[in-house]
Design a protein around this ligand. Structure first.
Ligand SMILES: Nc1ncnc2c1ncn2[C@@H]1O[C@H](COP(=O)(O)OP(=O)(O)OP(=O)(O)O)[C@@H](O)[C@H]1O
Ligand SMILES: [Mg+2]
Length: 886
């Protein structure tokens, strides 16, 4: 008997399974009439015996190892007081473990249990084997999380033919709905390209996508965004903390490590969820319970009314954030709200009336609420309909017409009657019998009928027969329509940016939203010498792997080309290659993306404290993006805006993390927020470090700039034309300096500063003043001492930073250098205190030549040595700076 491909929505709170409406299900009409299959657009949702088409994503393991899923799991948990595993989808791709009754499960194990359960329900209702599935995942899932979803499918006996992005599933379902006339008349009549904004607010994640649907081209996924950690679960927790505020008589403080607290928290969450759902239907409800106990075992006799308005003020910030994500995603797709033809809402939390209200306010149109709980599974089923057709021995690929011809291909699978498919005879016959060809299966059973002619404008039917001893042991039918391939293009897309780490920070190599498979190649250059080269690859904020060339000759000149290419396969494997052509060295690595390790609460608290500390230190330091930065010291519009965004985001993240730590509920989300914080901090710190290393410093530049402006203003009174020319040069060089600073281009910075110097000089001359640039010997002893001290301080800082960066492994040398710097500082100060200016100047210059200069050279050499031991650093190729050379 042939098996079916199903579509599965593996949700955070609820899961659901569906098949395409045209699937070959025995007794389909009867099952529909009996309510075992529920039509949703062009899909049929499978309804389990309990009558509810959605299955709670809850898993409970009994003392004997028996596994319960869904309502039964929740029920067992309540009876036996051992909570089930829930919300594990949020931690897919991490090493977090979940208590599931009497066992501890990983997110993959818990998901396996749910998938196995759904598979059993589907087989039971459909009466055919179910061996393959399209499983949906949030657009925000990292590659590791997607791969884990596929693993869970494998373990449940389901080959995951595709992990389909949830918003695309929603768009597919919506398209199907319209095609079958279920949507509003006006929309159904429209047959040009349409732009949909999908808003999927579920239990755990918020996804938004911009999808265009063209009747000829199918679907195109244009952009997506959202929050991996925003959904109904957050609203429930917000309601619990609202309740806590109103119940001062009870002790509801929460210790995340106490199982008893976990139980009482779980029952409060349960009450909160019920209350939340009521408030979507009614203006007021009452939270009533006699079963809960507080921490001291005091029974809580709850009668707590909650108004819709109160609930709305609790969730409004979350829903505003969701609407913000929509706006950002539209912008990312290069569209404005006016370009959106429809806003499609799915996910259980879309039922909250405020969600639609905010969208209406923001985008000026009425959103469409699709079957909030079933649409995703229905969309997955439509996608499953495109999967290859498979029988016992014959698997057919879905043919795509190329004009008036098509390739028809597939595989012969080994089985009882045919243990070795190689060389099997396969026959293709068109419905009208005119076209008839025989092919032989290759070594792995695959076969291809190339360039099969099609009749234009009609559906072309063919039968593929697997022959043995002149008889067909299996026959499968396939249809193709000429030219208009109706298969929607909804290929998987990268959920995050991917970057490599260069000497100056992360460098993005692929933008999120790129369709798979994808390959990118680029060139880098070595910036230091060393003994090995390691290219570290990042997905979003996470380091996911490296590719390394060992044994790089230490003599390899700086500036040598390094070639890197990264290939993203459709099945979510990533392969990285690096080569140094000059020495014929190359290496390849298949990136095996690690599980995200989620630290314990104590470690999270510590990491948060460290982040706050680092932030406070950045505050105090000079540089862009710090709150006490004067506008004049800011690097200008570009980097200014970037760092201002960074500051806002940092403050928001630190606040959110504070709240999450206090609440002690969601370790995965807390960890994620801390990672985001650390990455932002790193970016700001890098910018600051760079700014500090600039010579002249940004502050000096600003001072000189202010002086130049004054001079130009003065000049305007006597020579307006000349002043105007200076003014436009000022505007120009100022912009150049800002860009240089933002791009960290030392050369361009230096050039801008030189331009400023000569402008000041020119303006002074124009003003008729005799003052010209000072010659070196016009400096006073105090000025010389000041600059020597500044240089020594700079050296001291470099030594200290290098020591810290190398994990204090070079403590002794660093200390020796620091001592010598200290001695030199002492000498300079002592000399500067003397009366005789000329003599002092001579001595100070002596100190510089004899002490500081050698120190400079030795420290430079030491620093280079440290870097060599750490490996070769790479940078983007430096192009020749404009104006250099001819
Ligand atoms: N009437 C309602 N009002 C408010 N929220 C509701 C309502 N009905 C269901 N929900 C919430 O919807 C959420 C479940 O939605 P859904 O089943 O779409 O999520 P999911 O698919 O499991 O999650 P995700 O898509 O994030 O993985 C739960 O938080 C539930 O409390
Ligand atoms: Mg969902």
């Amino acid at each position: 008997m042939s098996s079916l491909v199903v579509g599965i929505d593996l949700g955070t709170t609820n899961s659901c399974v569906a098949v395409p409406a045209q699937a070959a299900v025995p007794d389909k009409e009867r099952l529909i009439a009996e309510g075992r299959l529920r039509p949703v657009g062009d899909a049929l949702v499978v309804v389990p015996p309990d009558g509810s088409p959605t299955v709670p994503s809850a898993v409970w393991v009994g003392p004997d190892g028996d596994v319960q899923v869904g309502l039964l799991a929740k029920h067992r948990a309540r009876m036996q007081g051992a909570p089930p595993a829930m919300f594990f989808k949020r931690s897919m791709g991490t090493d977090q473990r979940f208590t599931a009754g009497h066992a501890e499960l990983t997110p993959v194990e818990a998901s396996t249990a749910v998938l196995r359960h759904l598979r059993a329900i589907a087989e039971d209702v459909l009466g055919v084997p179910v061996e393959r599935a399209v499983v949906t995942v949030p657009a925000f899932f990292e590659t590791r999380s997607k791969n884990d979803t596929t693993r869970a499918g494998d373990a449940a006996g389901l080959e995951v033919v595709e992990t389909l992005i949830e918003p695309v599933a929603a768009a597919l379902a919506h398209g199907g709905d319209q095609a079958s006339g279920a949507a509003s008349g006006a929309d159904a009549a429209h047959d040009g390209p349409r732009t949909l904004l999908v808003y999927d607010l579920g239990g755990g994640t918020f996804d938004t996508s911009v999808v265009t649907r063209d009747p000829d081209e199918g679907f195109e996924h244009r952009a997506f965004g959202g929050d991996r950690y925003l959904g109904g679960y957050d609203f429930d927790r917000a309601v619990v903390s609202w309740m806590n505020d109103r119940l001062p008589a009870y002790d509801l403080a929460y210790d995340p490590d106490s199982p008893a607290d976990a139980r009482s928290y779980a029952s409060l969450l349960f009450l909160a969820e019920g209350c939340k759902q009521e408030l979507s239907r009614m203006p007021v409800t009452e939270i009533v319970s006699q079963y809960c106990e507080d921490r001291n075992g005091i029974p809580m006799n709850l009668h707590l009314p909650m108004q819709r308005g109160e609930f709305e003020s609790v969730v409004r910030p979350h829903l505003q954030a969701a609407a913000d994500h929509c706006e950002r995603t539209l912008r990312q797709a290069g569209l404005t709200p006016a370009d959106v033809d429809e806003i499609v809402m799915v996910g259980g939390s879309s039922r909250i009336p405020l969600a639609a209200t905010l969208l209406r306010e923001r985008f000026g149109r009425e959103p469409v609420l699709l079957h909030p709980d079933l649409a995703i599974a229905a969309g997955a089923a439509l996608k499953a309909a495109e999967a290859t057709e498979r029988g016992t021995y014959l698997e057919l690929d879905r043919p795509e017409a190329d004009g008036e011809i098509a390739d028809i291909s597939g595989r012969v699978l080994p089985g009882e009657l045919l243990p070795d498919p190689a060389g099997a005879a396969v026959l293709l016959v068109s419905d009208d019998g005119v076209h008839r060809v025989e092919e032989t299966a290759g070594p792995n059973g695959s076969f291809l009928f190339p360039d099969v002619p099609l009749t234009p404008g009609a559906e072309n039917g063919f039968t593929v027969r697997l022959m043995r001893d002149g008889r067909a042991i299996e026959a499968r039918r396939v249809t193709v329509t000429a030219a208009t391939a109706s298969a929607p293009v909804t290929g998987d897309v990268l959920a995050h940016d991917f970057s490599v780490e260069l000497a100056e920070g992360l460098h993005r190599i692929v933008d999120s939203g790129v369709r798979l498979p994808h390959r990118t190649g680029f060139r880098l250059q070595t910036a230091t010498q060393g003994s090995y080269l390691s290219i570290r690859l990042y997905e979003g904020l996470m380091h996911i792997g490296s590719v390394e060339i060992a044994d790089v000759p230490r003599s390899l000149p700086v500036g040598t080309d390094v070639e890197v290419s990264v290939t993203f396969e459709a099945g979510w494997t990533i392969e990285a290659e690096v080569a140094i052509p000059a020495i014929g060295a190359a290496a390849t690595a298949v990136i095996d993306i690690p599980l995200r390790r989620i630290p314990a609460w104590d470690d999270l608290r510590r990491a948060h404290r460290d982040a706050k500390q680092a932030w406070a230190e950045l505050h105090d330091g000079p540089g862009p993006g710090t709150p006490n930065d004067s506008p004049a010291a800011d690097a200008g519009p570009e980097s200014g805006r970037r760092s201002a965004d960074g500051v806002t985001a940092l403050n928001r993240l630190l606040g959110e993390t504070d709240a999450l730590l206090t609440e002690g509920q969601d370790r995965a989300k807390t960890h994620y927020k801390i990672m985001e914080t650390e990455t932002l901090l790193q970016g700001l710190a890098q910018q600051q470090m760079w700014d500090r290393s600039l010579d002249p410093s940004p502050a000096d530049f600003e001072t000189a700039l202010a002086e130049a402006r004054t001079l130009v203003a003065e000049l305007a009174r006597t020579d307006p034309a000349r002043a105007e020319s200076h003014r436009s040069e000022l505007v120009d060089l100022e912009a150049a300096a800002r860009t240089a600073r933002a791009d960290r281009n030392r050369y361009a910075w230096h050039q801008a500063c030189t331009r400023l110097d000569s402008l000041r000089h020119g303006a002074r001359t124009d003003l008729g003043g005799p003052e010209s640039a000072r010659s070196a010997d016009s400096f006073t002893a105090d000025e010389i001492a000041g600059s020597l001290l500044a240089e020594l301080e700079q050296l001291r800082r470099s030594v200290q930073e290098a020591d810290e960066d190398s994990g204090r492994r070079h403590r002794a040398e660093a200390d020796a250098f620091t001592d010598r710097i200290g001695d030199a500082v002492g000498d300079v100060v002592q000399q500067a205190a003397r009366e005789d200016d000329t003599d002092t100047r001579r001595r100070l210059i002596g100190i510089y030549k004899e002490r500081i200069e050698p120190l400079h050279a030795q420290i430079g050499h030491w620093l280079r040595g440290l870097r060599q031991a750490e490996g070769v650093q790479v940078v983007l190729p430096r192009t020749t700076p404009p104006g250099q050379g001819n």
